[in-house]
Design a protein around this ligand. Structure first.
Ligand code: GRG
Length: 284
């Protein structure tokens, strides 16, 4: 059930996003390229959260496509030589490798602004301003960009980060967009987003711990990007700080926490529970 829903969400959000990329634009080809592939986890979270609140996909696809646009922008910029410097993303050459660095900067810029344009579509209804404001906050100076800046600063820091510092960094870098995705369906419906926020906060941290584990245990061809980079760079990660076994235990605890947070929804949230289990079992 979950796998099918994830694939459907990824496909639907991608085609919604691609329909919004105007072929007349000078960057339409690299923008489509940067938003192809990917698991679609964030779009899935938006659509499932919306379904739990009786919201149809016609409304929810706008925030689902918007969050995948922001996520894609962050990956394009993160892959650049001035950031994480990667040649491979989703199993294909990164945008700056296939085109050039100026194109990668501009593709990220255009995807970011497109995300906010999508959220203002009339189908989104009364939640438009709330969604624009929360995405601006969660992607911005105290959200994802904050986490990314802390990560870059850590590369040249004298001492490795502590567990507390890594947790703050990841809550921004990876956690903020996942949290926004989890909450968006409830915000769309004007409902209490508390349970979904708790679910997505735990899920985001479990996701990042799983990512650190994949960097150690994963296979580059399955992951679709280089692995072993954190250890090579001497970077503090959940695995380097906790050890592999404890990192896996912590990820499992967070998945249980995420599932418990869904109790107000009963069995209706079983697909989201499956998603939480998938996040720590994935191979890419
Ligand atoms: C450049 C402002 C700015 C931020 C970049 C997201 C990010 C911040 C950097 C990505 C670095 C990274 C690999 C983080 C680990 C967690 C993560 C976001 C992995 C990629 O997300 P997935 O697995 O990707 O959902 P797909 O390809 O499935 O969409």
């Amino acid at each position: 059930m979950f796998k099918t829903r994830l694939e459907d969400a990824a496909r639907a959000a991608r085609s919604h996003l691609h329909a919004a990329i105007d072929p007349a634009g000078a960057l339409s080809a690299p923008m489509r390229y940067a938003t192809s592939g990917g698991k679609g986890l964030r779009a899935f979270l938006v659509l499932e959260g919306a379904r739990l609140h009786g919201m149809c996909d016609t409304r929810a696809l706008w925030p689902a496509a918007a969050i995948e646009a922001i996520h894609a922008y962050s990956l394009v910029h993160d892959d650049m030589p001035c950031m994480d410097d990667d040649d491979l993303r989703r199993g294909l050459p990164t945008v700056h490798k296939k085109w050039d660095e100026a194109t990668a900067v501009l593709v990220g810029d255009a995807l970011q602004t497109l995300a906010f344009e999508l959220l203002t579509h009339e189908d989104v209804g009364d939640a438009r301003v709330a969604l624009v404001a929360s995405l601006a906050r969660d992607a911005g100076q105290l959200g994802m960009v904050h986490g990314q800046a802390l990560d870059i600063a850590a590369e040249t820091a004298e001492t490795p980060l502590t567990l507390e510092q890594i947790t703050e960094l990841q809550a921004g870098k990876t956690g903020a967009l996942i949290r926004w995705s989890g909450e968006a369906g409830a915000v769309l419906a004007g409902a209490d987003s508390g349970p979904l926020k708790d679910y997505a906060t735990a899920l985001g941290l479990a996701f990042q711990i799983a990512d650190d584990i994949l960097d150690v245990e994963g296979d580059a061809s399955a992951v679709g990007k280089a692995v072993g980079k954190d250890a090579d760079a001497g970077k503090a990660t959940f695995v380097s700080l906790l050890g592999l076994d404890q990192a896996k235990t912590r990820a499992k605890e967070l998945v249980d926490q995420a599932c418990d947070a869904l109790s107000p929804y009963g069995a209706d949230a079983d697909t989201l529970r499956e998603a939480a289990r998938f996040v720590i079992q994935r191979d890419r």
